[in-house]
Write a protein that binds this ligand. Structure first.
Ligand code: 0O2
Length: 263
């Protein structure tokens, strides 16, 4: 029987996960930088553990020499979002990318699994440039809301603990929890606009305050302006009023001063 060199086998999957994490996190950061709503809340990734690969190979009767060819989720990415409505946006974004090829999609949101599991899976081939040349590495991208993830993570731990045979009473409670997570997603959808508007406003306020403080710093330490105490007091006043429009006007005034003094 062939002995598997696990280190060599898993290396390209590690590279794939690392590259996908950088790309998807940068995408999320860019949305925020541009002030556009980001459907992504967070992105995580993992390379399947050898124990889990062997376990799955056993369950699916995959011989060791066929693992690379047939196991599609050795490289795994998980994209979490706040609202169910974010999921189609993320799917569209992945379908339109030129640096990954979508091979298959599994919609466990429309067709929830018997366990109660909800998530959207996309199997891709990722073009990887390795030191040994080009290859396409399969990866599974799971897209789900935070509520779906909360449930799936808990259920996964229990399934692992009980080797798949979760006691009946616990299984019933898990089913109730899955239903509660579903209701939570539905309720959150009804106040989605309120939440996203508040988040956008908070982000705008954070950026404004950081610009204002940078301007005050530059004018005081760079241009050595002496009347900065008055300006500082004005800022604290406006901050206490919590009025974004007034803060915007104030920052524009500081921008002009910074231009005049070339700082
Ligand atoms: P891990 O530890 O997450 O890597 P199968 O293994 O037959 O269920 P298949 O055909 O390989 O699934 O693909 P599928 O259905 O897309 O599921 C693969 C992954 O989805 C699983 O990986 C889980 O991460 C997740 N998943 C699928 N069904 C369930 C479920 O009922 N509950 C939870 N919590 N997660 C699920 P692995 O291999 O189980 O393990």
């Amino acid at each position: 029987m062939e002995i598997i060199n696990w280190k060599d086998l898993l290396y390209p999957y590690r590279q794939t996960v690392d590259e996908l994490l950088v790309k998807l996190r940068n995408l999320d950061a860019e949305y925020r930088y541009l002030g556009i709503y980001s459907p992504i809340d967070s992105v995580t990734g993992r390379v399947k553990s050898t124990a889990s690969i062997m376990d799955k190979a056993g369950r699916k009767k995959i011989p060791p020499e066929k693992i690379e060819e047939l196991m599609e989720d050795i490289a795994g990415i998980r994209i979490l979002c706040q609202f169910t409505e974010d999921i189609p946006k993320i799917i569209a974004m992945i379908r339109s990318r030129r640096d990954m090829k979508v091979i298959e999609e599994r919609d466990y949101i429309t067709n929830r699994k018997a366990s109660g599991y909800r998530s959207y899976h996309i199997i891709i081939r990722y073009p990887l440039q390795t030191a040994l040349g080009y290859r396409e590495v399969p990866a599974e991208i799971q897209i789900r809301t935070n509520a779906m993830n909360f449930w799936a993570t808990a259920e996964h731990s229990l399934r692992y603990k009980y080797s798949g045979n979760i006691p009946q009473e616990l299984q019933e409670r898990l089913t109730n929890c899955a239903e509660a997570a579903f209701r939570l997603d539905r309720e959150m959808a009804t106040i989605r606009e309120e939440i996203t508007n508040a988040q956008r406003l908070n982000e705008i306020k954070d950026n404004l305050v950081s610009n204002i403080l940078q301007n005050i710093h530059n004018l005081y330490f760079g241009a050595k302006l002496e009347n900065m105490e008055k300006i500082n007091r004005e800022f604290i006043d406006l901050w206490n009023q919590n009025d974004v429009e007034k803060l915007k006007e104030f920052n524009e005034r500081l921008n002009m001063m910074a231009e005049v003094y070339r700082v």
